[in-house]
Design a protein around this ligand. Structure first.
Ligand code: NAD
Length: 341
């Protein structure tokens, strides 16, 4: 976001569908109470028909291009043929090559482990998700896992920079190069090269299956690490880690591109509870905190994060998904009260 004449950063806000508007309202309320120097620019991303194809409105694209940063609520994927998921469209439009998912235990929400604190970086553009599949002959199909040095370098360099930025001393590549000798092998050898650019960050590697076993046995040894991996492994491992801290409702994420970045909750539009003031805004709020850190507004990020964690730890004002009875706005108000102490 650029600063305007009022000294504020403009950030694109995609409120999203279902519970999106309700959880966005909580974020807006908390931000104005915390005097965050951000001006929201709400945009509508309801797909339109253009030359027979569904596309995101140009105004929305232009807004993100201009502001560089967006906060996004969940988008319901239209059901039916011919619709490309809007999330995928946004990812492609802005070349959001890295998906960052921090998973940190939340005091006050009991899960089998209370010491999870790891960060996953997933390659977001190629690998098993290249969409290159074909029938060889009837009953035989091929799916191509595409790995390029260019995309690998980009996501790996980002992972090292991110580790340095958040003060984690280690980057670990999770891979299966024992079997995928060429594809994961290229990812791995690229990682070795990139690691030389970062003498202050330690680098090691682990096989995917071993990582799953070890993380679910004891996540503590992963607290000093940023894990980085090809697309499919990241997709699966990040949800597995979200499960360790209490599910998708508490998990933030960032989609990082060359120029623009979009921060979003991992959960969907929750149509079953939409419009009833029952939604938990924590995941979107924590995503916005990642956004503040990305923008260098760490003072505000810390302030809001401390108030949020304190409210959750106290446990008096929790939404239904966390076993409480508070409405969305009551939970947000409790966070706002904590901002002031
Ligand atoms: P969902 O995440 O919307 O809901 C799953 C369950 O979790 C529901 O019971 C819901 O009530 C609950 N839940 C989710 N977020 C919550 C919150 N913040 N507070 C309280 N409870 C919450 O998943 P779904 O039902 O599979 O998908 C619904 C729609 O969302 C679909 O159209 C899907 O395509 C879309 N979706 C979008 C995104 C995205 O925009 N990133 C991600 C996933 C799903």
């Amino acid at each position: 976001g650029k600063t305007g004449s009022d000294g504020k950063y403009t950030v694109t806000l995609i409120e999203g569908d279902g519970i999106g508007p309700e959880i966005s309202q909580s974020v807006k309320d908390i931000y104005s109470a915390a005097n965050v120097p951000i001006k929201w620019e709400p945009v509508d991303v309801t797909p339109r028909l253009k030359d027979g194809k569904t596309v995101i409105p140009d105004e929305a694209i232009q807004s993100v291009r201009k502001n560089y940063v967006a906060l996004k609520g969940p988008l319901a994927t239209p059901i039916g043929k011919g619709h490309v998921s809007l999330n995928l469209t946004l990812r492609r439009t802005f070349n959001l090559f890295a998906n960052v998912r921090p998973c940190k235990s939340i005091a006050g929400y009991k899960t089998p482990y209370d010491n999870v604190n790891l960060v996953l970086v997933r390659e977001n553009t190629e690998g098993e998700y290249s969409g290159i599949e074909h029938v060889v002959v009837d009953g035989v199909v091929q799916s191509i896992k595409l790995i390029t040095r260019e995309a690998s370098e980009r996501v790996l360099r980002f992972a090292f920079q991110y580790a340095e930025g958040i003060g984690k001393p280690k980057v670990r590549v999770v891979h299966k190069a024992t079997i995928m000798k060429m594809s994961d092998g290229l990812f791995l050898s690229t990682a070795r090269d990139i690691s030389k650019e970062f003498p202050n960050v330690q680098f090691d590697t682990e096989l995917l299956d071993n990582a799953c076993l070890k993380i679910t046995t004891d996540p503590a040894p992963y607290s000093d690490k940023v894990l980085v991996m090809p697309n499919l492994y990241g997709d699966i491992l990040s949800d597995m880690c979200a499960g360790l801290i209490g599910g998708l409702g508490l998990t933030p994420s960032g989609n990082i591109g060359d120029e623009c970045s979009i921060f979003e909750a991992v959960h969907g539009s929750a149509p079953d509870i939409a419009g009833r003031g029952l939604a938990n805004p924590t995941a979107l709020l924590l995503s916005s905190i990642m956004m503040l850190q990305h923008m260098g507004l760490n003072h505000y990020a810390d302030k809001i994060q401390n108030a949020t964690f304190a409210t959750l730890a106290e446990g008096k004002m929790l939404t239904g998904d966390l076993g409480g009875r508070a409405k969305t706005h009551e939970y947000a108000d409790a966070i706002i009260r904590k901002l002031k102490v």
